[in-house]
Design a protein around this ligand. Sequence first.
Ligand code: 1CP
Length: 356
Amino acid sequence: AQTGQHSPARRGAAYDSPFLRAARREPVPHTPVWFMRQAGRSLPEYLKVREGIPMLESCTRPELVKEITLQPVRRHKVDAAIFFSDIVVPLKAIGVGVDIVPKIGPVIADPIRTFDDLQRLRPLEPDDMPYVTEAVGMLVEELGTTPLIGFAGAPFTLASYLVEGGPSKSHEQTKAMMYGQPELWAALVDRLADITAAFLKIQIEAGASAVQLFDSWVGALAPDDYRRSVMPASTKVFEAVARYGVPRIHFGVGTGELLHLMGGAGADVVGVDWRVPLNVAAERVGPGKALQGNLDPAVLFAPTRVVETKAREVLHAAQALGDSGHIFNLGHGVMPNMDPDALTRLVEFVHETSAR
Ligand code: 1CP
């Protein structure tokens, strides 16, 4: 009975786009490129439409979400759009007290520290976020052959915000729970896996043709701890969306030592930060997976010829993958003070240099 919903990507207008072809490791006319955090504060047109509207509220307004998601596609001619939302939107949708504070990031009113606190993490239902279904539907219609990437925060990264109460560099409370109360930790990340899987499903059912699971801060862990304490929950997320047949991308920062395990959790495409050259990453991840990355975002602050030299190095290292299987991106997100014109030029350069 589910067959009709199994593979929207197969039927979608974006199915043969360079981005989706590369994710499936099929031949491409040029290396596709998009940027993590391509929408947002680097764009004057974003700052204009967001004026006076708090971040989390903006995520609940479909017309606004559509406009912001399309802005970088129009401006930079990137090969994919990423849905404008945030990793904490599903938490807000189930009633967790969370706000996004300017210049700080997500702040949690009452951090999760005990088994009792877990009761606040109830399952996420599609009816909790009708605005997501509506915005994705409108976007897919408008984007035509350009794919829309849905996304979510992975259990570890969400747990870090929930346990710490906000952004953290050391993740000390999070690790204290993981090491000191393994049963509580396992229950926490398992609940988060269900919420994350539900958020991804809502986006896929509405028409997203790929998904990216952001485990931005998991590079803080050693491989054995990742394998024991994080991988089961991330695997659960990937398995929950496997039946849709849309490419699943997995990314984190500082994950050089974890790339093999992150691929093993069930990703079709492994995102790589700038610390590991793509030819080395290809060896670590092993055959059968595409790679995404990995120009150091800070390079964009250097002169154009330097950006081009470094971008060429990334394309060259990606040749280790063979003819396809590379999606060009930065090694982490676009920074708010980046010159958007430098990004537009980079897209053009990657397209021209990689044209087959
Ligand atoms: O008012 C604003 O403009 C706030 C800035 C902002 C924006 C534009 C936040 C707060 N979130 C977002 C949107 C967002 N968040 C997107 C869509 C935009 C796009 O990519 O084009 C995405 C994919 C995210 C995902 C996200 N949020 C991640 C994972 C990606 C990554 O960069 O590693 C993380 C860790 C967050 C948390 C978060 N939300 C906002 C900030 C500033 C942060 C990071 C805070 C921290 O350092 O811990």
